[in-house]
Design a protein around this ligand. Structure first.
Ligand code: PLP
Length: 406
């Protein structure tokens, strides 16, 4: 008999994963090249070429007893120091290896932070739309997410709703910018306002309330937007990072948590996070890939690749009459469903082998998400199918023209 918790998790099993599996089944029927699978945020470009050499050198030159052995539950000290120095150089922070804990991706990182700070019944405020797994990560510790509605014109958080979301049980606020699923970057003004409200609430409740910044898309920014690092806005900020997207390594499961010295109870917090890494069964982040990412710390992914996809998809869909939020970062596009029930729209899209994810999977119905981390050829061929879909919904006069081309 399954536990009650896992029964609940199974019942609400990830819509994104389900769509991904459906995509594989569809590909077997109609051919992979005819399926336009916008479901999963799985990078379409390989890890940087230099990674191969770094890994080869590690295997040839490092002491295998060190390279494959147990270590501190927080990770190798030299790797953590490399990351600390990289952050200090880029963001003017003041980290040493002691502020960094290597994690099993962003998912592992968030889970150990939650394990360290959440008690049953606690609440974590999240900004809708949000990465659906946040619900599971908090439920792991018998805590819950409290979604805050967005401003629907900009998809920046609604500050009034944010202020109203705090209760005695609020332990943390979880933020993700550049955002999955909208591609929106929270503005400097938004961040300052969030920090102000958090400071006010800390005063009111007379205890710390952590801001947890989930940053797997930190470097994926376009149109001259700058990479941001949120510790500059608010003292009690915990940063979670992942190399899954920035170095195209999602299967390797590697990331880190950074806790600045100024954060409330920082030493204990780091100790708690380290213990959580062990007791949750991760023990430590995978050893070889820890060393490998340290060796590639100055690399980033091919931003031009994603940027071209972003422009082609956004311009193509807008021309067809769809209403889209222009993505500023990450590799997702957020599209308003032409009908209220976006599940109906997702089903209609499937007829043209277009696989989209329902907005309700991100706590925000009426919209769908497209992950544009697929080949540019597919993006452009998909537009012909989107033209047919647009025509079904009578979206614009351009549609007829596109259909003729198709
Ligand atoms: N957080 C967000 C916002 C994500 O989009 C993802 C993955 O897509 C994760 C966390 C999990 O990342 P990882 O693969 O590093 O665990």
């Amino acid at each position: 008999m399954l536990s009650k918790k896992i029964q609940t998790a199974l019942a609400g099993s990830s819509a994104i994963r389900a769509m991904f599996i459906e995509g594989k089944e569809l590909a077997a029927k109609v051919g992979e090249e005819n399926v336009f699978d916008f479901s999963l945020g799985n990078p379409a470009i390989p890890a940087p070429e230099s990674l191969k050499q770094v890994v080869t050198d590690l295997l040839e030159k490092e002491d295998p007893l060190v390279l494959h052995g147990y270590m501190s539950n927080s990770g190798y000290e030299d790797v953590r120091q490399t990351i600390a120095e990289n952050l200090n150089r880029r963001f003017g922070t003041d980290f040493t290896w002691k502020n960094i804990v290597m994690t099993v991706g962003a998912a592992g990182g968030l889970n150990i932070v939650f394990k360290a700070i959440l008690d049953p019944g606690d609440e974590v405020i999240v900004f809708a739309p949000f990465f659906g797994e946040y619900r599971n990560y908090t439920a792991n510790f018998d805590a819950t997410v409290v979604p805050v509605a967005p401003d629907y014109t900009t998809f920046q958080p609604d500050m009034k709703a944010f202020e109203a979301a705090f209760t005695e049980k609020t332990k943390a606020v979880l933020i993700n910018t550049p955002n999955n699923p909208t591609g929106v970057i929270y503005s400097d003004e938004t961040m300052k306002r969030i920090a102000e409200i958090l400071c006010k609430k800390e005063e009111e409740y007379k205890r710390e309330i952590y801001l947890i910044s989930d940053e797997p898309y930190r470097e994926l920014v376009y149109d001259g937007e700058k990479e941001n690092f949120l510790t500059k806005y608010y003292r009690d900020t915990i940063v979670g990072y992942s190399f899954s997207k920035s170095l195209s390594l999602p299967g390797e499961r590697i990331g880190y948590i950074a806790v600045p010295d100024e954060a409330a109870d920082a030493k204990n917090l780091l100790a708690g996070i380290e213990v959580a890494n062990r007791t949750l069964g991760y023990v430590n982040a995978p050893s070889l890939i820890q060393k490998a990412v340290a060796g590639c710390i100055n690399e980033t992914t091919n931003l031009e690749f994603y940027d071209k996809n972003r422009k082609d998809l956004y311009e193509g869909l807008t021309r067809l009459g769809f209403t889209c939020i222009k993505p500023q970062g990450a590799f997702y596009l957020w599209l308003k469903s032409p009908v209220k029930d976006e599940a109906e729209f997702v089903a209609a899209a499937k007829k043209y082998n277009l696989l989209l994810v329902k907005g309700s999977a991100f706590g925000c119905g009426g919209y769908v998400r497209l992950a544009y981390c697929i080949s540019n050829d597919k993006i452009n061929r998909s537009l012909k199918e989107f033209a047919k879909l647009a025509a079904d919904y009578g979206l614009s006069e351009n549609v007829a023209q596109e259909n003729t081309k198709a």
